[in-house]
Each structure stands twice: as structure tokens, then as C-alpha cells.
Write a protein that binds this ligand. Structure first.
Ligand code: FES
Length: 215
């Protein structure tokens, strides 16, 4: 390289210490800014937390209240269902020879069957009413009054079935004559094999007009 005297090449020297100082100041400012930003963020977060705390607790209380109400109403529903649920009975029982039944008379029989609750089963005794016809067919009626499951009794002198609980009265065929029962006495399925009568004892839903088995 040729150097001219008029335009001497200026030596550029870098004052590294000043440069470092300036850089240091920039970094310091940036760091201070960051710290300031962090501090502002932290402060606002704390303030938000302080102000949000009572709201969060209120909300928690409300959720607890709603949860408690839902749980207690669910428990009440389950308890009501368990208390009011009827046990189901569905069982074929051998009753005896048809020839032993008096013709055209209404005869009571007691059957031992099993009632199935939600988790348990227990033996129970149930009444049925039999009427042997002249052609040796048999009318079989459940003794459980369809109104509310009291036993309907045969009153020979009046020739009616009478339920004393709420005064429902039924004809010999089981048809309703008086009282609150919404349907006739329930007929039961039956079969006669080799002269022996067997009856399917079922429990039917009380109160309602339709004949529906409890299941
Ligand atoms: S239970 Fe028979 S009339 Fe009510």
C-alpha cells in the first residue's frame, strides 16, 4: 500500500476499555430493565393473587355447597328407592292334585316362595285363591290386593273378596266391585300335569291399573 502525505491513513485505534464500559452500561441497562420488568410482573402477580384469593375461596365454597347438595339429593333418592322398592317374586310352585279341590268353591292355599330384594332374598308366605270349575279347569287368583298388597279375603256369606285395608271389594271372578283398587285381582299362570296343579306366583306392581310384574 502507497501512503500519501496529504491523505495520511488515519490509524484507527479502538479504546477497548471505553467500548467495554459502554457495552457494560448497555448490558446493565438491559439487565436493570429486565429486573424492573420481572419486578413489575412479580408485583402484579402478587396483587392479582391477593385480590383473587377471596374470590377463589368464595367460588370454592359455592362449589362445595353445590357438590354437597348434589350428594345429599342423590343419597336421598337412593335411600327413597331402597326403602320403597318392592321385592320381586317369580316362582313356579306345585300346589297339589286338582281332584282334591271342591268343585265350584273358592279355596285358599298358602305358598312358600322367595322374595328377591335388591341384595337379599327371604322366604315369604303368600295367599292364593283357587276355584275348580266343573270342567276341572282352575281359576287362580293372587291374594295380594292390587291396591296396596294387603290380603284380600274370601267372604263366603257375601260371595265377595274383601280387602279390609281400604275396603276394596271384588267379585268371585276377581273383578272390582268397590273401593280404591285400580284393577281386578291378579290372575296367576298355571299348568296341570298328570292332574297336579302348579302355579307361577308373581308379584305385580301395586296401585297402578296395568298388571305389571315387579322385577
Ligand atoms: S290394600 Fe286393599 S284396598 Fe288398599
Amino acid at each position: 500500500m502507497v501512503r500519501s502525505r496529504r491523505n495520511p491513513v488515519k490509524e484507527v485505534t479502538v479504546d477497548r476499555s471505553r467500548h467495554r464500559t459502554r457495552l457494560g452500561a448497555v448490558h446493565a441497562r438491559q439487565a436493570t430493565g429486565l429486573r424492573a420488568n420481572s419486578f413489575a410482573f412479580w408485583t402484579s402477580a402478587c396483587v392479582a393473587r391477593v385480590y383473587a384469593k377471596p374470590m377463589r375461596e368464595d367460588r370454592r365454597q359455592v362449589f362445595k355447597l353445590i357438590g354437597g347438595l348434589m350428594l345429599s339429593s342423590g343419597a336421598v333418592s337412593v335411600g327413597y328407592y331402597l326403602v320403597t322398592r318392592e321385592g320381586a317374586i317369580d316362582e313356579w310352585v306345585a300346589v297339589g292334585p286338582v281332584a282334591e279341590l271342591p268343585v265350584n268353591e273358592i279355596t285358599m292355599k298358602r305358598l312358600s316362595v322367595t322374595e328377591h330384594g335388591l341384595v337379599t332374598a327371604r322366604p315369604v308366605e303368600k295367599v292364593i285363591w283357587l276355584r275348580r270349575m266343573s270342567d276341572d279347569t282352575v281359576q287362580v287368583l293372587s291374594g295380594a290386593c292390587p291396591h296396596n298388597n294387603c290380603t284380600a279375603n274370601w267372604i263366603p256369606e257375601k260371595e265377595v273378596f274383601d280387602c279390609r285395608c281400604h275396603n276394596s271389594v271384588f267379585a268371585p271372578s276377581g273383578a272390582v266391585l268397590a273401593g280404591p283398587s285400580a284393577r281386578a285381582m291378579d290372575t296367576l299362570e298355571q299348568r296341570i300335569q298328570s292332574g297336579v296343579l302348579a302355579v307361577r306366583y308373581q308379584k305385580f306392581k301395586k296401585t297402578i291399573a296395568a298388571k305389571e310384574a315387579v322385577s
